[in-house]
Design a protein around this ligand. Structure first.
Ligand code: IPD
Ligand code: CA
Ligand code: CA
Length: 256
């Protein structure tokens, strides 16, 4: 596993250089399904680079990638790639986005890497080996109540659907916590819970590439992840609650 992990670390730094080079340049924006779901030329460029490198080093591995879909080969080894999480932010030059790379063997996450190009922060975790921010070991906060908590959430592109637009949850939790942030990059949201910057996160309708790396980073930092009613979460679940563990049961009481 060391070899694959080291390969992935070099790969995310290569992708990082492409993003940094493109950040100040004009981007081509196009729209995917839905009114708000956009993608830039840089998302495609970074994803193509990552896929090319994985395919040449590990030609039999499967890849689940946001922009090009599912590339099924040997399902024992799966990569989960979000070339830019926070694309809307990136497209507008709002400084909050990252690259996310997760890797699983037999459906168990082995490592996760999330890189914020603008802050040069690399969040990482390996199964049973803890989580780090660059070289420093990280852990979730020790906040025990919602009243003392800072939370973060997000809204899916399909936000015209009142059943899943998350507006009521946002309102209700704003009334009982110290605040709810909306940063626009779910992978970083999970890293912020993992490193104790916020105490809890929830969202609806995320995809495996948004969550794979961050889910392991959070777990290895001592956090807890479930679905809204507390049931077991998997990468294809359409709801996620991720907290420091202490506020988990109080938070899920407010989610619908
Ligand atoms: C999005 C971001 C955002 C979340 C959306 C995701 P993208 O991913 O993670 O925070 O609210 O639901 O789709 O499109 O920027 O990769
Ligand atoms: Ca994403
Ligand atoms: Ca993306």
């Amino acid at each position: 596993m060391d070899n694959v992990f080291n390969f992935a670390k070099q790969l995310i730094e290569k992708a990082n250089r492409v993003i940094l080079k493109s950040y100040d340049k004009i981007r081509t924006i196009s729209y995917k399904k839905g009114d708000f779901n956009l993608v830039t030329n840089v998302d495609h460029e970074v994803e193509a680079l990552i896929l090319k490198e994985i395919n040449s080093k590990y030609p039999d591995h499967s890849i689940v990638a946001e922009e090009s879909g599912i590339h099924t080969k040997n399902l024992k080894y799966q990569w989960f790639i979000d070339p830019i999480d926070g694309t809307t932010n990136f497209a507008h030059g709002y400084p909050c986005f990252c690259i996310s790379i997760g890797f699983s063997v037999n459906n168990i996450l082995e490592f996760g890497l999330i890189k914020n190009p603008l802050t040069d922060e690399l969040y990482s975790a390996r199964k049973n080996k803890g989580a780090k921010l660059n070289r420093k070991v990280i852990s979730v906060s020790k906040i025990k109540t919602l009243r003392d908590s800072l939370l973060v959430t997000g809204f899916s592109y399909d936000r015209k659907n009142p059943k899943t637009n998350n507006f009521n949850n946002f309102r209700n939790l704003t009334l009982v916590s110290q605040g709810v942030r909306r940063d626009g990059a779910a992978a970083l949201d999970l890293c912020y819970v993992a490193s104790g910057k916020v105490d809890g996160f929830w969202e609806l309708k995320l995809s495996p590439w948004d969550v794979a790396a961050g889910a392991l980073i959070l777990k290895e930092a001592g956090g807890k992840i479930t679905k809204f009613k507390g049931k077991k979460y998997d990468l294809y679940s359409k709801e996620i609650v991720a907290t420091n563990g202490f506020i988990h049961s109080e938070l899920i009481k407010h989610l619908k």
